[in-house]
Design a protein around this ligand. Structure first.
Ligand SMILES: Nc1nc2c(ncn2[C@@H]2O[C@H](COP(=O)(O)OP(=O)(O)OP(=O)(O)O)[C@@H](O)[C@H]2O)c(=O)[nH]1
Ligand SMILES: [Mg+2]
Length: 262
């Protein structure tokens, strides 16, 4: 499920304080701290940036735009986060945006020198949205450490496009922009790998699903993902979910309608 363009603009403005123009494609840039998100953001958006604070928080909020193939994109450079189980205010901001803002495309930036740790966040994002691209940054550092990453295999394993990059040197950014465009336009299909949990967890998810389906559908959230978070029992997240759900109710569009709208 996905929000209509109009509802998304309202949500971004009212809940996140971000002005998404009509027909503009919203892109979230996420990743662990210090993996090169802002370097990628700066390279893609150049001088077309706007910085401020997240509503009610003292944390920086950077948004920037670029045009590509007659489409307009707005990128939101999120604070670094290791996981969606957030602890700091910065992590909560990144988590709430990834979970509730329904971006058209989410780019998860990974540090190619420590893939295992970085993949944790990517797999969590895969549970929220299918429209994900992995940007494998710091490839120059990986080469220095004699790490060889088989990008096509990783792409197959993850089920999403993987773009190898060395953002400080400007490498991989043209491909990243093209992939963002293709995923937004629906011409590049993604099927992010989903984690299957233990028998007990899956059984509990199955029991919860009918209870959360309506609320998930009317807020364009994944029911499986809500069920899993309820099982986590993460209090700060449940508080955010509660505040989001008590915010204005939204009416979702199907995937097919959303692709037509682009
Ligand atoms: N060698 C190398 N350094 C890079 C690359 N990309 C970014 N850097 C450097 O890594 C450091 C961190 O980059 P940032 O873009 O600030 O990282 P970030 O993910 O935005 O960091 P936070 O916002 O603090 O989470 C900077 O010194 C960059 O110049 C790269 O591909 N290769
Ligand atoms: Mg940054």
């Amino acid at each position: 499920m996905i929000l209509s363009a109009e509802k998304k603009r309202e949500l971004w403005q009212n809940y996140f304080g971000i002005s998404l123009a009509k027909d503009q494609i919203g892109v979230a840039l996420a990743g662990n701290p210090n993996v090169g998100k802002s370097t990628i953001f700066n390279a893609l958006t150049g001088l077309h940036q706007h910085t401020g604070n997240w509503p009610g928080k003292t944390v920086d909020n950077a948004q920037g735009g670029f045009q590509y193939n007659q489409k307009s994109f707005l990128i939101v450079d999120l604070p670094g986060t290791y996981s969606l189980l957030a602890h700091s205010v910065e992590e909560q901001i990144a988590r709430d945006f990834l979970c509730f803002a329904n971006p058209d495309v989410t780019v998860v930036v990974l540090d190619a020198t420590c893939l295992e740790r970085n993949l944790n966040l990517a797999l969590q994002v895969f549970e929220i949205t299918p429209n994900v691209i992995v940007c494998l940054n710091l490839m120059d550092e990986a080469s220095k450490k004699n790490l060889v990453i088989d990008v096509p295999s990783l792409e197959r394993e993850l089920g999403v496009p993987v773009v190898a990059a060395a953002a400080r040197q400007g490498q991989g950014l043209i491909e990243l922009r093209e992939k963002v465009f293709q995923v937004a336009a629906g011409s590049l299909k993604t099927t992010p790998r989903q984690i299957i949990y233990s028998y007990e967890v899956e059984k509990a998810v199955k029991e919860l699903l009918p209870l959360v389906e309506d609320i998930a559908a009317s807020n364009a959230l994944s029911p499986r993902w809500i069920a899993l978070r309820l099982l986590d029992g993460d209090r700060t997240f449940l508080k955010s979910l509660d505040s989001f759900l008590s915010h204005e109710q939204t009416s979702p569009l199907s995937w097919e309608e959303s692709k037509c709208a682009l």
